[in-house]
Design a protein around this ligand. Structure first.
Ligand code: ZN
Length: 576
């Protein structure tokens, strides 16, 4: 077929429009992630610089392919094109909806949320959390795809391509402007290391920068994760604690709240001068608070895995071959729930998810650590769990608490403490503002705990045990770091709150033990035994000597901790 010059010109205009459709399908999630400036995300660490390059590369590849198609395009080819556009439209919608829902880039955790939950659960969660951003994402992509199909069917009238070319030019300008705006952040990353990687690795990394393409990579990672999960669960389920319920006549609901990076001395419940926990303070008389709790590690995974399973500092990997207290409780007739606002798959999350899946009901209100989904998201699934008619329940709430960045852990309007109040305590204003943010996150945790306790106050037989996974370093004694998980740990990374609340009043025996043990040092690597006690489980694994709530508890005079390199130290030998 031969083409005259005016036909070629119109074909080129047509091509411009089709390229625009592809660009519009691919770019919005990418631009939104760029505009949000998401950082601390693993796949961006060494390759933020090539953002612009990547956009151009992908566009060029699509353009070449499209140019060839459109030069020969009739209605059939255009419709084929519209069909090809469909998966990109769906992936783009998904990526944008994820940002609107979690304020975090789409990841393997999101894939798990999508493919790992059943349709009913997912629909219920979405309808409960639907927001304007999600409506806009769906409507925008719907309109785009509708327009593409219409054009594919109709072909082009002469006036339209010019407008399309203008929109295309504006889109390119917008990309460049946004990239330039973000350039200071982008330039901070190491382009050199990226350039030294082999070509295929660079190409793969570049592709992953586009959220719609990244989802496909994440599906691969998710499949590998599911296989690991299944195999490990199979091994663990071979181990049976043989737990039975000691006193089945009494209804029991135990809510275990696992805090995050909360330090004891930052709570007014424990004597901190600023009112960070007013709701707990008001219940002080009803709370049995322990002053000597130490976490086994200064990181989430090694702490939580030891708290909930027979794993210890000496035998840290037992959780990979033996199940958790959830499995024991389930065996003894409890309904078990794991409600989490932390991530679900990934370097810091998969090992916790292994334990989470010991529960009969597992709800994740977040897909990753970096999101800004506040812990109050857990209140609704908690309400659902509490309202189920079962006399015995174990409900674990895994909160995001005070994890860095602290300012993302509470709604801005809930800030009570301000930078100016902290200026004299640390060398500079930035550190002062971080301290204020930390205390605000504690104050918000107190509010979430109040919400939980209000629900439990109308349920006789309920108990709440709160324990943080580890402490936090906060610029004390001239150290210019904050956070946790440092290779050379300090005591502040292990000093954690640990308290029990009971409906009505705690049993007399517990009050007596509390007054005896409240000041003694104990390590939460033994929480497994205390939980067995509170759940009235009878099993051979239970060791009353390790249970701080047992009259037979034998205090450990020199508690130990395990560092990030698995070195074991006496807690007392750590710098304060
Ligand atoms: Zn943690």
């Amino acid at each position: 077929m031969s083409l005259d010059s005016s036909t070629i010109a119109s074909k080129w205009r047509e091509f411009g429009l089709l390229a625009l459709c592809f660009a519009l399908a691919l770019l919005p999630p990418f631009l939104v992630e760029l505009w949000k400036g998401y950082s601390g995300v693993h796949y961006l660490y060494d390759s933020r610089n090539p953002y612009i390059l990547n956009t151009l590369l992908i566009s060029a590849l699509f353009s070449l392919g499209l140019a060839w198609v459109t030069m020969h395009a009739g209605r059939l080819q255009r419709l084929l094109f519209a069909l090809l556009l469909l998966p990109l439209t769906l992936l783009g919608t998904l990526a944008l909806v994820h940002v609107a829902l979690y304020d975090a880039p789409i990841s393997v955790g999101a894939v798990d949320a999508l493919l790992g939950t059943d349709l009913h659960e997912a629909t219920e969660y979405l309808s409960f959390n639907w927001n304007t951003g999600m409506t806009l994402s769906v409507a925008g992509y719907g309109a785009l795809y509708g327009a593409a199909v219409f054009w594919a069917w109709q072909g082009l009238s002469p006036g339209r391509p010019r407008a399309a070319a203008q929109v295309l030019a504006l889109s390119v300008l917008a990309v460049l402007a946004l990239s330039a705006y973000r350039f200071p952040a982008i330039a901070a990353y190491n382009l050199k290391a990226f350039e030294q990687r082999p070509l295929w690795s660079r190409a793969a990394e570049l592709n992953r920068q586009l959220p719609s393409i990244r989802i496909l990579h994440d599906v691969g990672n998710w499949l590998a994760y599911r296989q690991w999960l299944e195999e490990t669960q199979q091994v663990r389920s071979g181990h049976d604690f043989g737990a039975v319920l000691g006193d089945a006549s009494r209804p029991r609901t135990l809510v275990l709240v696992i805090g995050e990076s909360l330090r004891r001395d930052r709570m007014s419940l424990y004597g901190y001068s600023r009112p960070t926990t007013p709701h707990l303070d008001a219940r002080r008389k009803r709370i049995l608070a322990f002053d000597g709790a130490i976490s086994p590690s200064n990181q989430t995974v090694p702490s939580v895995t030891k708290m909930l399973t027979p794993a210890t500092i000496q035998e840290p990997d037992r959780f990979l071959t033996e199940p958790s207290i959830l499995a024991a409780a389930k065996k003894a007739g409890y309904r078990t729930y794991w409600l989490s606002n932390q991530g679900r798959v990934g370097q810091f999350d998969s090992l916790i998810s292994l334990i989470a899946h010991d529960a009969e009901t597992t709800v994740f209100t977040n897909t990753e650590f970096y999101g800004t989904v506040y812990d109050e998201a857990l209140l609704h699934p908690l309400e659902v769990a509490l309202s189920e008619p079962h006399p015995h329940k174990l409900i674990v709430l895994h909160t995001l608490g005070s994890h860095q960045s602290y300012r993302n852990r509470y709604p801005p309007e809930k800030a009570v403490f301000h930078t100016k109040d902290y200026v004299g305590e640390v060398p500079d204003e930035e550190q002062a503002s971080i301290l204020a943010e930390y205390d605000n996150s504690v104050r918000y945790t107190d509010e979430v705990l109040d919400g939980i306790l209000r629900k439990l106050e109308s349920r006789p037989g309920s108990m709440l045990l709160y324990v943080s996974d580890h402490g936090e370093r906060l610029y004390e004694k001239g150290v210019d770091t904050c956070g946790h998980g440092f290779p050379e740990p300090m005591r502040s990374e292990f000093d954690i709150p640990y308290f029990l609340w009971c409906h009505g009043e705690c049993p007399r025996v517990l009050k007596r033990i509390h007054s005896r043990n409240r000041g003694v040092a104990f390590n939460t690597e033994n929480l497994f035994h205390t939980l067995a006690n509170l759940l009235a489980l009878k099993m051979a694994e239970y060791d009353p000597k390790s249970d701080v709530l047992s009259p037979k508890y034998r205090p450990v005079w020199h508690p130990q901790i395990i560092d990030v390199n698995r070195g074991i130290h006496a807690y007392a030998s750590l710098p304060e």
